[in-house]
Design a protein around this ligand. Structure first.
Ligand SMILES: Cc1ncc(COP(=O)(O)O)c(C=O)c1O
Length: 403
């Protein structure tokens, strides 16, 4: 326990913030969006299973799952699971990532997914006097951490090309503690240029950090910003194995940043890694075919779906380079979600700034074929029909009359 009064005070602040902060993931937001009462993400650790045969294109998951090498290593390491980390799996993973990106190992902190360091960065660098700035629409998880830290949240609309408006974001709050940049952006899949990010860095409020979330970077042609980390800038980059690597349920992610910045995250939580997550992530990084192969599979399926939407005169928003994109349905998006769910196709949520737009995750070609059929049926029906659809029970099950 800390001894001096001030370190005891800060220990208690950290302890109470950490205890009070649920870690929200895409699964929480996706689950909440399928409820009739919608609104808030469920603060729960498990979710009601979806109905049998449901098309799940609501949480930006990867239907390809972990690669073969990852499945093999999970199976082979499971019998050693009685020990914490007998073979140094997390250390091996850190070394692999460090050597692949020319980083020192102490610049990498491994977590069970990137949601934890995302929340911890906001808790560490925002407060009632240091705000959070993010794009609108963008990934909403940081705003929940800001509620805990008591920070002012400033949302800045995307530009007409759906990039982050970094000039406006930098000017939005002179006392910002964190400027969150999601590149490619969730939910639009659109890019923000590295030049703009570098400009934002040079012009950001004094004492603030850029939190650059690269969850979807491998699905795009965008350069990453890890060189800015190596150059010791006030930047924390988030990486996850939940997207292109297909390990959302296995859990692994990184915060990458200067060691003194990463140290500020530690008081909020630093659990041991499951050896399965670390070992699977390590072999995934070593699989040189994984990124190009999956980027092409997901990119081709996305292009096919968007081409179909365009042909049928549905309005796709922006130019996604990710595993998700948004459609402006021209009607109440929440009701489109409900009507699609009644056809057992679970699509992603709306954002308050665009209540008519729904987010679609890219599934397999077979799943997207079911999506196309269901979407056309829903959009061919009068908007009032979808406005009355309420297919869910409170715990998220589809009511029998809609099943
Ligand atoms: C932008 C973004 N950041 C972070 C995450 C967190 O993912 P995880 O905790 O599974 O690594 C997600 C998940 O969908 C995301 O979309």
């Amino acid at each position: 326990m800390p001894t001096s009064a001030s370190s005891r005070r800060s220990f208690l602040r950290f302890a109470s913030l950490a205890a009070a902060t649920p870690i929200f993931t895409e699964a929480h937001f996706a689950f909440a969006a399928q409820q009739t009462s919608a609104a808030k993400p469920a603060t729960r650790r498990s979710f009601t299973p979806p109905p049998p045969g449901a098309v799940l294109i609501n949480a930006n998951e990867n239907p390809l799952g972990p690669c073969k090498a990852a499945c093999d290593v999970i199976a082979s390491i499971a019998p050693s699971g009685g020990r914490y980390d007998l073979f140094g799996e997390t250390d091996k993973l850190t070394k692999t990532f460090a050597s692949q990106h020319g980083l020192k190992e102490e610049y990498i902190a491994v977590y069970a997914g990137s949601s934890e360091p995302l929340h911890y960065t906001v808790l560490a660098f925002t407060s009632p006097t240091r705000g959070l700035v993010l794009a609108d629409p963008s990934y909403e998880a940081p705003t929940y951490a800001a509620r805990t830290s008591g920070a002012k949240v400033t949302k800045v609309p995307l530009t007409p090309t759906y990039a982050h408006d970094l000039k406006a974001m930098v000017a939005a709050d002179p006392a910002a503690g964190v400027i969150y940049i999601c590149n490619p952006n969730n939910p639009t899949g659109t890019l923000t240029s590295k030049q703009e990010i570098a400009w934002a860095y040079d012009n950001k409020p004094k004492g603030s950090v850029l939190l650059v979330d690269e969850a979807y970077i491998h699905l795009s042609d965008s350069p990453d910003v890890l060189d800015m980390v190596a150059a010791d800038k006030d930047i924390i980059v988030l990486r996850t194995f939940s997207k292109i690597y297909g390990m959302a349920g296995i859990r692994c992610g990184f915060a990458v940043g200067r060691p003194d910045l990463l140290a500020k995250l530690q008081p909020f939580g630093q659990n041991a890694m499951p050896i399965t997550g670390s070992a699977a992530a390590n072999v995934s990084l070593l699989d040189v075919e994984l990124i190009p192969t999956r980027k092409k599979i997901i990119g081709d399926t996305r292009a096919d779906t968007i081409a179909w939407l365009n042909t049928n005169k549905y309005k796709v928003i922006g130019n996604s380079q990710s595993n998700c994109f948004m459609i402006d349905t021209g009607r109440n998006g929440k009701q489109v979600i409900g009507a699609m769910a009644a056809k057992n196709v679970m699509i992603g949520r709306t954002w308050p700034i665009w209540p008519n737009a729904v987010r679609i995750s890219v599934g397999t070609p077979a799943e997207m074929a079911k999506f196309k059929t269901a979407f056309k049926e829903v959009m061919d029906a009068p908007a009032t029909a979808s406005l009355t659809a309420k297919p869910f029970t409170a715990d998220g099950r589809v009511l029998p009359q809609y099943a």
